[in-house]
Design a protein around this ligand. Structure first.
Ligand SMILES: Cc1ncc(COP(=O)(O)O)c(C=O)c1O
Length: 388
């Protein structure tokens, strides 16, 4: 019998990958599956970015790079942060990593251990809770409730802080709810956090460029009082349809940069060199593909929300960001997992049960609208026919 470390059994998973595997298995058996389960843009990476990656390979960028990323990439990120968030940052405080998830993992490992509280959004991206538990820390949910338009309540959040709290994770725009926090709520939170100067904040802003109705993304970086303890997570995966390239970045407070770099050296050495050049092209090249992609998501957003609201027992708020609709399905009388299974097996529509995003996701189901209008309409029809 192999003797595994105890913590390995505490790791959770991301069910969207399991749904994807099941949907693919059904497709291989000849079933026509529409995948609204997946959390990635259905667009190709823009051509000039792909070309930059190919060119880097042809130019011989085949070796290791500095662990935090080549300087020109970090300079491009610093410029992007200035343009998007109006804050000048030092490229030496940036660590580029293979995807947004890596920053999450590193941040939680830096603070998590038994006896410590780490707060995270629930429903929320499942990896937060998984890695918090893996670290041995207590995972304290921050409710993202429908009554708050899927944002958090700053007062409630602050009331959950204990002397054991070391790290608070926030995510706006949010996966899976599509919610986005308001400036007022953030201001209330930041005011309250001033009384807790020893708590670090991880702000997951991976969907920062995917917002709607002219609403600007509000970054926690704007708040000066948090700067010396804020970890800002963002990346290329969603904005540039680059999920498979594996590229993300974090801005670390000065006191944590060395720890993050050491974790990178211990874990992956550096991001694939050619991908880093593609990342520069993405940031410095034309941004029209991002605008077009968000416009397409916007059109699909109205169609899917309208369609979901016509399904008996469903009620769906209009998402403010990302590309997920998160209808309340409690009036159907079915559990989230039951609906996910029925929709996949009977309707041929892959979705993800709200409970895959935490216990507070019961009563909800996540539909990704990163799919064509035609497929979304077909899927809505199938869901209606199956549940009526
Ligand atoms: C909220 C959130 N953060 C981070 C990630 C991870 O992104 P990446 O693919 O860059 O690791 C995702 C991916 O779905 C996400 O939804």
């Amino acid at each position: 019998m192999l003797q595994l470390a105890q913590n390995i059994n505490k790791l959770g998973t991301e069910s969207a990958f399991e749904v994807l595997a099941r949907a693919e298995a059904l497709s291989e058996q000849g079933q026509d599956i529409i995948n609204l389960g997946i959390g990635q843009p259905d667009f190709r990476t823009p051509e000039h970015i792909v070309e930059a990656g190919i060119k880097a390979l042809r130019d011989g960028h085949h070796g290791y790079t500095p662990a935090p990323g080549i300087l020109s990439l970090r300079e491009a990120v610093a410029k992007e942060i200035f343009n998007s968030r109006g804050v000048e940052v030092n490229p030496n405080h940036l660590v580029c990593v293979p995807g947004g998830k890596v920053t999450m993992f590193f941040s939680i490992l830096m603070f998590g251990e038994p006896g410590v509280d780490i707060m995270y959004p629930n429903p929320g991206f499942p990896i937060y809770e998984s890695v918090i538990k893996y670290s041995g820390a207590n995972a304290i949910p921050i409710p993202q409730s429908e009554s708050k338009d899927f944002s958090f309540d700053a007062e409630e959040l602050l009331s959950l802080i204990t002397p054991r709290t070391r790290l608070i994770i926030l995510n706006t725009p949010n996966n899976p709810t599509g919610g986005a926090v308001t400036r007022l709520e953030l201001e209330k939170l930041v005011d309250g956090l001033e009384k807790h100067p020893n708590i670090a904040i991880l702000s997951d802003e991976i969907y920062s460029k995917i917002t709607y109705d002219g609403q600007e993304h509000i970054s926690l970086l704007e708040f000066e009082s948090l700067r010396n303890r804020l970890i800002l997570l963002d990346g290329w995966s969603k904005t540039y349809a680059m999920t498979g390239w594996r590229l993300g970045y974090a801005l670390w407070p000065e006191q944590l940069v060395d720890h993050a770099t050491r974790l990178a050296i211990n874990c992956h050495s550096c991001v694939n060199a050619a991908t880093q050049f593609a990342g520069i092209a993405a940031l410095e090249g034309p941004q029209d593909s991002v605008v077009n992609m968000v416009n397409s998501f916007n059109e699909r957003r109205s169609i899917i929300v309208d369609g979901l609201n016509r399904i008996p027992g469903f009620s769906c708020r209009m998402p403010k960001g990302a590309f997920y609709a998160f209808p309340n399905i409690s009036q159907t009388g079915l559990k989230a997992q039951e609906i996910q299974d029925i929709l996949l097996e009977k309707a041929g529509v892959a979705t993800v049960a709200g409970t895959s995003f935490g216990i507070l996701g019961e009563g909800y189901i996540r539909f990704s609208y990163a799919n064509s209008v035609e497929n979304i309409q077909k899927a809505l029809q199938r869901v209606r026919n199956t549940l009526e």
